[in-house]
Design a protein around this ligand. Structure first.
Ligand code: AMP
Length: 479
């Protein structure tokens, strides 16, 4: 099938050709005709499938007929994160470049007055995160009774981030007669309930089995001790031909700590998480996408939807606690026809999260064997010093910090290994070939005789103070 077969307008087709796309992706092929018919859609699709264009292209044509009135947008797209909202706005600009549609991006962290002025002029397309949209509504700067098309993107992520009550409230302000396009990568019962409530006789579209890793991603495990993760990561960054990489941590404070540590080791790195002011988030992401920064350490705020061209690697510094986040994280690479690599550092006390992931994806993840990198058996129980934590969006209550986990690890990381130039913990600064061990971690653990670590671990000298090895009393850490 070609884009011409999809009966898009000549101007949209021209913009699609300019973007370099020759064939519609499966979700575009399946969804576009139904969006054009005015049907509701229930789409089960991951990011990276071309999902955004599947609603943006037909919406441009539908909205071309008609005019927006002040403060009364004609379509509304709700997304869980500001980054995703901004990315959808770029899609509208790219594919709508031969049209004169007006658009507003209503996200937190940016001037509410500037946004109000835009709404006052009237917009055809309103792209928003739920919280800021409700703020505008409360200030009387927005009326939603002219919305003809509603898109809810990344429904399951909305659920994870606690946005469902906001979404229900927003939808209650919309006209009952409208077209609704609802996308989610997975359909837990709460998302099903919402879909039943919001959609009328939807066309169900399922382009990939839920929660299957993208086919273009080669993914691996590197078993390691919790405290050795910083050094192992740096070793991998040197050895695995990394051009640019997203590095995921489960908690915001670990993102900051790791980014500082990598910077100290001379790497081009920035941090991205939900506690940063929006202008800093936007600028960081821009710099990363433009290649001005090679490494981005992030929480799951960057886990979904982000489209970074030519991303060579994803690293999971922490095993994600929620198995489906694994699929989203690693799906940031292996996009648009390029192969990508995803490497997960796994410590002994993260095994239960790992087994939830292998159950979800229905297969084991092969292990990368790296000479000189200590496996979990060498951890000596130190992993207990840093219990696995809840990820960013799910622990809004947790704001206080806890000592003796990430800091301990990074103090060790910062010490330079004698004779190795700049890297710490005995790592080499020029690449060492990495072999793929097809055995699962469990098989490998059974068959590999335990041997002492080949390289001496350096850090806090011979002695680690006992207080740093004890688990904290109460887990009150901020995600
Ligand atoms: P999405 O799933 O919407 O995040 O899109 C993933 C990536 O696929 C983006 O880089 C899009 O620009 C790209 N893309 C969208 N549609 C097509 C297409 N028909 N052919 C090739 N690439 C596409």
């Amino acid at each position: 099938m070609t884009f011409e077969d999809l009966k898009l307008s000549p101007d949209v087709l021209r913009a699609v050709t300019d973007a370099g796309y020759t064939e519609p992706t499966p979700i575009q092929e399946l969804a576009i005709p139904y969006v054009q018919m005015g049907r509701d859609i229930l789409g089960c699709a991951q990011t990276g499938t071309g999902k955004t264009a599947s609603f943006v292209l037909p919406m441009i044509d539908i909205l071309t007929a008609g005019r927006a009135r002040a403060r009364m947008p004609r379509s509304l797209i709700l997304t869980p994160t500001r980054e995703l909202a901004a990315q959808i706005a770029v899609n509208f600009e790219t594919y709508g470049k031969y049209h004169k549609l007006s658009m507003a991006l209503i996200i937190g962290g940016e001037s509410i007055v500037g946004q109000e002025q835009k709404l006052d002029r009237g917009v055809d397309v309103l792209i928003a995160t739920p919280g800021r949209l409700i703020d505008h509504f409360g200030r009387g700067g927005l009326l939603l009774n002219d919305v003809k098309i509603l898109v809810i993107d990344e429904g399951d992520r909305m659920l994870d981030m606690g946005f469902i009550p906001d979404i229900e409230r927003i939808v209650s302000f919309l006209p009952k007669i409208r077209q609704t396009l609802f996308f989610s990568a997975t359909f837990p019962p709460e998302i099903r309930r919402l879909a039943d409530k919001f959609l009328i006789n939807p066309k169900e579209i399922n382009v990939t089995p839920p929660a299957s890793p993208a086919e273009m991603v080669d993914h691996f495990l590197v078993p390691t001790g919790m405290r050795e993760k910083g050094a192992v990561l740096r070793r991998l960054l040197n050895a695995d031909q990394v051009q640019n990489a997203l590095i995921f941590c489960n908690r915001k404070r670990d993102v900051d700590i790791l980014a500082i540590s990598l910077k100290r080791h001379g790497l081009s790195v920035a941090a991205l998480h939900g506690d940063m002011p929006q202008p800093a988030r936007t600028e960081t992401l821009r710099a990363f996408k433009a290649g001005e920064i090679n490494l981005l350490v992030a929480t799951d705020v960057a886990g979904r939807g982000l489209d970074i061209r030519g991303l060579s690697h994803v690293f999971n510094f922490d095993v994600p606690i929620h198995a489906e986040d694994y699929v989203h994280r690693i799906g940031r690479t292996g996009r648009a026809g390029h192969r990508g690599r995803a490497i997960t550092l796994t410590a002994p006390d993260e095994r239960k999260f790992l087994s939830a992931i292998t159950t979800l994806i229905g297969k084991d993840i092969p292990r990368l064997d790296i000479p000189g990198i200590a496996g979990p058996e060498d951890d000596g129980g130190a992993a207990e010093a840093r219990p696995a934590a809840e990820p960013e969006a799910r622990r809004p209550d947790a704001k206080k910090s806890r000592r003796g986990d990430g800091r301990g690890r990074n103090r060790r990381d910062r010490k330079a290994a004698p004779g190795t130039g700049k890297g710490g913990d005995g790592e080499r600064t020029n690449g060492t070939p990495i072999k793929v061990d097809k055995r699962t971690p469990v098989e490998a653990d059974k068959r590999t005789p335990k041997s002492p670590p080949k390289e001496q671990v350096v850090g806090l000298g011979d002695h680690v103070p006992a207080f740093m090895m004890r688990p904290p009393k109460k887990p009150t850490d901020a995600p």
